[in-house]
Design a protein around this ligand. Structure first.
Ligand code: GTP
Length: 501
């Protein structure tokens, strides 16, 4: 009744356009110096991309089984009717296009525990899974804990609807027949021994891990040979902690369980039905054993390092101060930090180019210098972001060596950039490319651009631009679109095409 009254008043206020805020409160807010509440997150363009993240995940604990007896006037001893505890929820990482970096994650993620069993053979409900969305291109490295496994969307097994979670029979006969569509190969081994979900010691060899995960249907696995390579990409201190590189999420919707929920404990109904093959004589289970089986097992824990290899359509590659961020701002609505000193960009910035029918993502990769592949400058941490780009745009500073400046002429910048990419990974520069000659407004830049055209052979398109004033950027937008669409054959840049003194 009261609620109906409040609802009615709110509807009236809404209809008449009046505010339900008291007058004094509105005035106080108006007069106050305190700024009105800001949105929690800054707009996308103002945020720095978080591309590496340490995560502690814990599955929910299993609920305890219940000990209860249904007694009647004629049966004083009673019949056991205590239900099993529910399974704890899993922590699941889901690949999604709705997040673009790892900044929205929390370091500690816990799934819900299962509910305890209850009398009248009532099974405790399963703890809720915690599903965390990660961007496309996330690589999962295991630092500590159990090996993650993939979630299969379609179970190959016919599930028997009356299978009781946590009962000994289920585990001993068919571990994957637990309620839910999660393939439980990882826990199969662990459950088989005790039937109560006590985890087996984790595998100790890389190959063992990869085999086990591939059994689970993971398609985009990082192959054993790649492991050391990938570990080498990660900064030294983090790499030393990494046990395994487990998986790479590249398809939206892919899910990986990183921490499993514990199994529910057994109620006394299930305990009274312990099969003979497990325990020679059911009556021989002593009280300690009973108590142990009754208690739900704790959820597994894992410490992971998530690493993002961004998937952008276009990567801007250039020396520090070449004007990459300025150009990104000129062609898209991104507003990256711009300054006249080198290494203003410390993490890749992403921008979106919107066309009538499509949109293209552009990543501004922090400045590369000679020796970047050996970790000079900002190091090779950002070179991995280039791996997934379809198209490369080399941004060159046409004025770096003009007017007495001590920088490298544009053709040398270009050669260095291509060489750094190739040193990092052979073939990395072998993709459709274009060249942007920036700062054409500067003294001597036009002459430098003419010479650049003579020194770079082949068909790679070149655009002279002034990114600060936005001159010539329309041509780049068209050029990028053509290259990304891949409709026409595109020239690629090779080291032999660049002539330097
Ligand atoms: N004259 C002139 N200056 C430019 C132009 N584009 C960029 N600049 C200047 O060049 C400097 C560097 O620009 P940024 O966009 O920060 O360069 P960056 O390549 O992103 O640099 P890092 O962050 O070090 O990688 C800034 O002072 C810009 O104002 C241009 O077309 N003409």
């Amino acid at each position: 009744m009261w609620l109906r009254g409040v609802r009615g008043s709110l509807a009236y206020l809404k209809a008449t356009g009046r505010s339900c805020r008291p007058q004094w409160l509105s005035e106080a807010c108006f007069l106050s110096d305190i700024p009105s509440k800001k949105p929690k997150l800054a707009p996308l363009q103002e945020r720095k991309m978080i591309d590496r993240f340490k995560l502690w995940a814990k599955g929910g604990d299993g609920g305890n089984g219940c000990t209860s007896f249904r007694r009647s006037r004629h049966d004083h001893r009673g019949i056991p009717d205590g239900g099993n505890g529910g399974r704890g929820g899993d922590v699941i990482l889901e690949c999604s296009t709705s997040v673009w970096d790892l900044s929205s994650l929390q370091h500690h993620i816990n799934a819900k525990g299962g509910r305890h069993g209850a009398p009248k053979n009532m099974i405790g409900s399963r703890g809720d899974n915690k599903v965390v969305q990660v961007p496309v291109g996330t690589v999962i490295h295991l630092i500590e804990g159990e090996i993650p496994c993939v979630v299969e969307k379609h179970s190959s097994e016919e599930l028997y609807p009356w299978d009781v979670p946590g009962s000994l029979d289920n585990h001993s006969v068919e571990p994957s027949s637990q309620i839910g569509s999660v393939n439980a190969n990882n826990t199969a081994a662990s459950n088989a021994g005790t039937g109560s979900g006590i985890m087996a010691p984790p595998c100790s060899k890389k190959s063992e891990v990869m085999d086990e995960v591939s059994c689970n249907g993971m398609e985009n696995l990082v192959s054993g040979d790649d492991l050391s390579e990938i570990a080498g990409e990660i900064e030294a201190e983090a790499a030393s902690d990494i046990q395994y590189s487990v998986a790479e999420l590249t398809e939206p919707g892919q899910q990986v369980i990183v921490a499993r929920g514990g199994d529910g404990g057994l109620g006394n109904v299930s305990l009274s039905r312990v099969p003979q093959k497990r325990v020679k004589n059911a009556n021989s289970i002593d009280n300690d054993e009973r108590a142990r089986l009754r208690i739900g097992t704790p959820g597994s824990e894992a410490v992971l390092l998530l690493e993002l290899k961004s998937i952008a359509d276009v990567g801007f590659v250039g020396m520090p101060n070449a004007g990459k961020s300025t150009l990104l701002g000129a062609i898209s609505r991104a507003r990256p930090a711009i300054s006249h000193y080198a290494f203003t960009t410390l993490r890749p910035n992403l921008g979106k180019l919107n066309y009538e029918d499509v949109s293209i993502t552009v990543a501004d990769i922090p400045g590369l210098i000679r020796g970047a592949h050996e970790n000079r400058g900002l190091g090779h941490a950002f070179l991995r972001h280039i791996e997934r780009t379809k198209v490369l745009a080399y941004v060159l500073d046409l004025a770096a060596a003009t007017d007495g400046r001590k920088g490298l002429p544009p053709w040398e910048q270009l050669k260095d950039l291509v060489m750094e990419l190739e040193y990092y990974r052979e073939g990395l520069s072998n993709r459709p490319s274009l060249i942007v000659g920036n700062k054409i407004d500067e003294e001597g830049a036009e002459q430098a651009f003419k010479e650049l055209k003579q020194r770079v052979r082949g068909e790679v398109p070149m655009y002279p631009v002034c990114a600060v004033l936005g001159e010539g950027v329309a041509g780049i937008k068209d050029g990028l679109r053509m290259l990304v669409s891949g409709r026409e054959p595109h020239a690629r840049l090779s080291l032999d095409d660049i002539v330097v003194d």
